[in-house]
Write a protein that binds this ligand. Structure first.
Ligand code: PBG
Length: 304
């Protein structure tokens, strides 16, 4: 009689790679979650695959940042190197890469900035270049997260021109300007130096707008669309799934993870079971796949 069953194939595990460190480092606001140096990233993927996890999304923290994010697209930059190392050892790992500028720019915004404005159209060729560099390194799926209008189309066109017709696009289609991203900004050092992200991310008071954003991304060629965050946005997930029946990812974000960890630490609730229930609810709402920091614990829950 059980209608929804969470399994490991549903989960995508984020992996943070930091070009500046030589041993794994815990993220203070995300207890139990680490950044890895490039040299150890393949080993970590191997350990996660042993638990039965198959898909990973990589976030890079570069050694050098500038105004235009030029360390985001070099052949030997942090994500490109990491992807090559992973694919050399684990060809069957599904490697997804985050395509954004915020970790690579000194101002920390997701696009090119002039006079404190985030310039949508000037950003498109840059993120297209980032996506192509990830595909060249061997990424299976690129995941633009900057919420720039037209990003899926620009990336699809660039990938096709360079011979990467088979590289898929997972678009952060309905990404809300959310307070739930706080811990991630510490994890990826992508906090911004001025303003906020509300000129390009969505207002959490809105739902119809999410439907329009998803519709545009599907029309531009997104293979997978995404709603982010997940837990406080189950209504959006449900509506997007019902309306489009398109492959749908939900991002169970850093703040959702840290809340569970905090109550667990206080001894107030059982963290593992809480995570299992939350992820099952996200799947029940309509997500086909879930990006989550809980996947290691879920692997343990499911193997018992
Ligand atoms: C931006 C990006 C963010 C997250 C993923 N990609 C943060 C932001 O928009 O500030 C958040 C992920 C999380 O909170 O777990 N490239």
């Amino acid at each position: 009689m059980r209608e929804t069953e969470l399994n490991l194939n549903d989960l995508i595990t984020p992996v943070f790679v930091d070009e500046r460190i030589s041993s794994k480092t815990e993220i203070p606001s995300m207890p139990g979650y680490f950044r890895f140096p490039i040299k150890d990233v393949a080993c970590e993927i191997g350990r996660l695959m042993e638990l039965g996890l198959k898909a990973f999304i990589l976030f890079g923290i570069p050694g050098r940042k500038d105004e235009v994010g030029s360390s985001a697209f070099g052949k030997n930059d942090v994500v490109q190197k990491s992807v090559r190392k992973i694919k050399e050892e684990y060809d069957d790992a599904v490697v997804i890469t985050d395509v954004c500028l915020c970790e690579y720019t000194t101002h920390g915004h997701c696009g090119i900035v002039k006079n404190s404005q985030i310039l949508n159209d000037e950003t498109l060729p840059v993120i297209a270049k980032v996506a192509v560099s990830h595909a060249e390194a061997g990424a299976d799926i690129v995941a633009p997260s900057g919420m720039m209008d037209g990003m899926v189309k620009a990336i699809r066109r660039a990938l096709d021109c360079e011979g990467f017709e088979d590289t898929a696009i997972m678009s952060y289609s309905a990404k809300y300007a959310s307070f739930f991203y706080g811990p991630f900004r510490e994890a990826a050092e992508s906090g911004y130096s001025f303003g906020d992200r509300r000129s390009y991310q969505m207002d959490f008071h809105n739902k119809k707008e999410a439907i329009r954003e998803v519709e545009l991304d599907i029309a531009e060629g997104a293979d997978i669309v995404m709603v982010k965050p997940a837990l406080a946005y189950l209504d959006v997930i449900s509506e997007v799934k019902k309306k489009f029946n398109h492959p749908l990812a939900a991002y169970n974000v850093s703040g959702e993870y840290s809340m569970v960890k905090a109550v667990e630490k206080m001894g107030w609730m059982d963290g593992k079971n809480l995570a299992y229930e939350i992820l099952t609810a996200i799947k029940r709402a309509g997500a086909d796949m879930i990006i989550t920091y809980h996947s290691r614990e879920i692997a343990e829950v499911l193997s018992n």
